[in-house]
Design a protein around this ligand. Structure first.
Ligand SMILES: Cc1cc2nc3c(=O)[nH]c(=O)nc-3n(C[C@H](O)[C@H](O)[C@H](O)COP(=O)(O)OP(=O)(O)OC[C@H]3O[C@@H](n4cnc5c(N)ncnc54)[C@H](O)[C@@H]3O)c2cc1C
Length: 417
């Protein structure tokens, strides 16, 4: 185990333990440490990802559409300049259409009154920049190659025993260990779960036409197909593909040669960017929407995918998780700096109240979209085509939708304003 715990006595001096050093857990640890709190960051992977792991000639398969609000948080943290220097692709336009009908809707940054609608960023780029913030931070003790084994609660906080026998104690323990959170299970927090019977098939492609800074998505019979713009070394013909479809269709797609897969993508996409050739590995992710019944218990909180996992069709998962991190950090730091008990429900309930509504609304919206676009009934096809085309002509409604999609919802934490 790689331990940087020499900077502190982890069993005695910790203010917060964060389990899971993905994008959300690392952002949370950085926010707390930058405010002066003593944090332990526990991660199963043996090594933190660094810039040398990110390929500057080829895009990583996993990308996220980061909203301008997430960009502000990453700027506040100090991660964004390194990300922007390495590789981020802004998009100013979005096109969404019904592959089974005639409905189509277009959005633009100008209509929304913003500089960009968002950026497509490889997850490894965001992760490498966030890792830089915590790796050498004097207030962060990193435990890599470490997983929790048992959990105990006392009046003073949570005691976490790691698989190698080390024991950590803090007034607050945060689960940021992803959709299948082991810590959430150890804390006996139940989830509602909606198996969407869909898988996301993910790859990177090069098209014959440039993407024009536009994120495109077609709703097809099996699920949505997104072409997300990527610019590599000034070449704007790359796209990251997320094709959500039935497991049976995903089996068929995964069995194709790269050439045949590129052709299938081009056809399904109506050849809007010309010819398509696959230039990365092809990966599959089963899609299950989950929502924890509680985000908090005494001395414990869930953030990110550990609290909620959502269909990728609107590219909201990590954006919601980063907002969880920002709001939890704000509430905890406020309590800690006044000398109030930051691990108790009096503080943690405020976090849950501020985040649950937003997350529930977004999960509900994604379910509604899937049902509307997944139905082959003529009445639904007519409704969504009329709805899309009608909305495309309603500038004020589009502005409201854009504000929601860009993350401008509710009372934002100070770090995101
Ligand atoms: C195909 C696809 C496309 C997506 N596109 C977008 C998009 O465009 N925009 C967007 O916002 N979101 C998107 N998402 C969602 C986004 O990827 C997730 O919401 C995000 O990665 C969640 O981050 P996290 O840090 O909460 O969890 P994770 O990324 O799952 O990180 C969890 C961390 O915890 C560690 N861990 C796990 N178990 C343990 C343990 N027992 N002990 C210690 N450590 C542990 C893991 O190694 C990992 O480092 C997409 C998802 C998919 C599947």
């Amino acid at each position: 185990m790689d331990t940087l715990a020499t900077k502190t006595d982890p069993a005695k001096d910790l203010d917060v333990i964060v389990v899971g050093a993905g994008m959300v857990g690392t952002a949370l640890a950085a926010l707390l440490a930058q405010a002066g709190m003593q944090v332990a960051l526990v991660e199963a992977r043996a090594e933190p990802l660094g810039w040398h792991d990110v390929d500057d000639t080829q895009a990583g398969a996993r990308v996220s559409a980061l909203t301008p609000v997430s960009q502000r948080l990453l700027t506040h943290l100090g991660a964004w300049p390194a990300m922007a220097r390495f590789r981020v692709t802004p998009y100013r336009y979005m096109q969404v259409w019904d592959g089974e009908g005639s409905g189509e809707i277009h959005f633009s940054a100008d209509e929304a009154g913003v500089a960009v609608l968002g950026h497509i960023v490889e997850n490894d780029v965001t992760q490498a920049a966030l890792n830089d913030l915590v790796r050498e931070h004097p207030k962060v003790a990193c435990f890599f190659g470490a997983v929790p084994r048992t959990l105990q609660t006392t009046a003073s906080g949570r005691w976490l025993t790691l698989a190698d026998g080390q024991v950590l104690h803090a007034p607050l323990l945060v689960a940021a260990d992803g959709a299948r959170s082991a810590l959430r299970d150890l804390a006996e927090i139940d989830v509602t779960s909606d198996d969407m019977r869909q898988e996301a098939v993910v790859t990177t492609v090069k098209c014959t036409q440039t993407h024009g800074g536009t994120a495109r998505q077609a709703f097809l019979e099996g699920g949505p197909l997104a072409f997300l713009p990527l610019t590599l070394n000034d070449d704007a013909r790359f796209c990251s593909i997320v094709w959500s479809t039935t497991p049976e269709h995903a089996d068929t797609l995964a069995g194709l040669t790269p050439e045949a897969f590129g052709q299938a993508l081009g056809e399904a996409f109506g050849h809007r960017l010309g010819g398509v050739s696959v230039c990365g590995g092809i990966y599959r992710f089963p899609l299950v929407q989950r929502h924890a019944r509680q985000y908090v218990k005494p001395h414990l909180a869930l953030v990110g995918d550990a609290a909620h996992s959502i269909h990728p069709l609107a590219g909201q998962g990590v954006n919601l998780g980063l907002m969880d991190a920002a709001v939890l950090a704000e509430e905890v730091i406020n309590a800690w700096s006044r000398g109030a008990p930051w691990g108790e429900l009096s503080t943690l309930d405020r976090y849950e109240r501020r985040r649950r509504w937003d997350n529930t609304a977004m999960l509900g919206l994604m379910k509604g979209f899937r049902e509307l676009f997944g139905s082959r009934m003529p009445v639904f096809t007519l409704a969504r085509n009329l709805g899309m085309s009608g909305m495309n002509r309603l500038a004020p409604v589009k502005r409201i939708v854009m504000r929601q999609a860009t993350g401008e919802r509710g009372r934002l934490p100070l770090s995101c304003r």
